[in-house]
Write a protein that binds this ligand. Structure first.
Ligand SMILES: Nc1ncnc2c1ncn2[C@@H]1O[C@H](COP(=O)(O)OP(=O)(O)OP(=O)(O)O)[C@@H](O)[C@H]1O
Ligand SMILES: [Mg+2]
Length: 353
């Protein structure tokens, strides 16, 4: 059965999209079948995965938006009351990595935000809106079945709107990407306030008979927390620079003092030993990802993770190439470890339920 993992943080620019892409690629390189879902109307993940660089690329991608099924057209039967059922999206294979697919985003997906918000407030009572809260989950399940996917990674937009509420509570797992700074500490604080409300709504909706009997039934609430990712801190001589280290500690303290009690109270944690077996600390930092410096630009240009850029693609002098290779190896180890942890955590949950 497919495992859906949401990358959730309403703070922008914390590397949700970049990490979705890099982790998905790594999971696929380990033999998993992975669908990356772009639910952000900015469509950054779609641009990254389909290599949007030149004007020609823009025209090619524009053509994909207009002709290819995507998150918006996939949901149109439910959201635009079309007389046909939701069908699996025809995902696009991502060049360079077998088993990795993209469910493209659409700038117009944001248009469904308002009606979904109304449906989520009122769907227990208004018959005509009952099919909306379960529609996204239905689309993702059908698409996963068609592609025989093991994982769906959901790249979310930076906000706390109805679509994100729906995506999060209908997922199996979530990760919180952060950057080592004050704004991420603030974000964890506000996520701790919003989560109980969303969980309460999800439990109510899972039990609501009208939503259960809808054409697209609202799924069972089974969300679990995988951990936080601290991103983009600079490394000097193998150690985090002091200022960044201070912010990492502050993030970990906020997770321990504010988020953890909320996770416990809402039954969002896996059994304690599942985390400790994967060497995840008590503040749930699943990994720390350093800045990839100049390599990030090349990674985007080549639509390939930093760690998978080939020496032909790098085309560097030998002395520079040596340093670059070292940096790539570090990233490869980080993402390989992260993928192993995700596989172990998600497998343990699948076996226990
Ligand atoms: N490890 C990294 N090293 C260097 N730069 C990075 C790293 N991760 C992400 N970036 C850069 O940081 C910026 C933000 O990353 P990204 O777009 O992935 O964040 P996001 O959380 O998806 O943003 P948004 O909230 O707008 O969707 C991008 O310019 C990206 O190239
Ligand atoms: Mg993004």
């Amino acid at each position: 059965m497919v495992q859906k993992i949401a990358f959730f943080n309403h703070k922008g620019g914390v590397s949700k999209t970049t990490t979705t892409f890099n982790l998905g690629w790594m999971l696929a390189s380990k033999g998993k079948r992975v669908i990356l879902v772009d639910t952000d109307p900015q469509c950054n993940l779609t641009g990254m995965a389909l290599k949007e660089e030149t004007e020609e690329d823009e025209a090619r991608i524009e053509n994909i938006y207009n002709t290819h099924s995507n998150i918006k057209t996939g949901l149109a039967p439910a959201f635009e009351s079309q007389p046909r059922a939701i069908e699996a999206v025809d995902c696009i294979p991502i060049e360079g990595q077998e088993g990795l697919f993209l469910l493209p985003g659409h700038v117009g997906f944001a248009e469904y935000e308002v009606i979904l918000g109304i449906a989520q407030e009122l769907s227990g009572s208004i018959h005509t809106l009952k099919n909306l809260p379960g529609a996204i989950s239905d689309l993702l399940e059908k698409t996963a079945n068609k592609f025989n996917a093991d994982y769906i990674l959901i790249d979310m937009s930076p906000n706390l709107g109805a679509i994100n509420q729906n995506l999060l509570v209908t997922s199996d797992f979530f990760l919180i990407p952060t950057t080592a700074d004050f704004l991420s500490v603030m974000a964890i604080d506000s996520l701790s306030r919003i989560l109980p409300k969303w969980c309460a709504w999800a439990r109510m909706s899972s039990a609501n008979s009208m939503l259960k009997e809808a054409t697209y039934p609202f799924p069972e609430f089974r969300l679990k927390f995988l951990g936080t990712i601290v991103q983009n801190h600079r490394i000097r001589n193998g150690k985090e620079i002091k200022a960044f280290q201070t912010w990492i500690e502050k993030i970990e303290n906020t997770v321990t003092n504010k988020l953890k009690p909320v996770l416990e109270k809402n039954n969002l944690l896996l059994p304690h030993q599942v985390y400790t077996e994967q060497s995840i600390n008590s503040s749930f930092t699943i990994t720390k990802i350093p800045s990839s410096n100049s390599l990030i630009a090349l990674s985007q240009k080549r639509a390939t993770p930093v760690y998978a850029i080939t020496s032909e693609q790098l085309n560097q002098q030998s002395i520079v190439a040596e340093n670059t290779e070292k940096e790539q190896e570090e990233f490869k180890t980080i993402f390989s470890d992260l993928a192993n942890k995700i596989i172990a955590l998600s497998t343990s949950y699948a076996v226990s339920t």
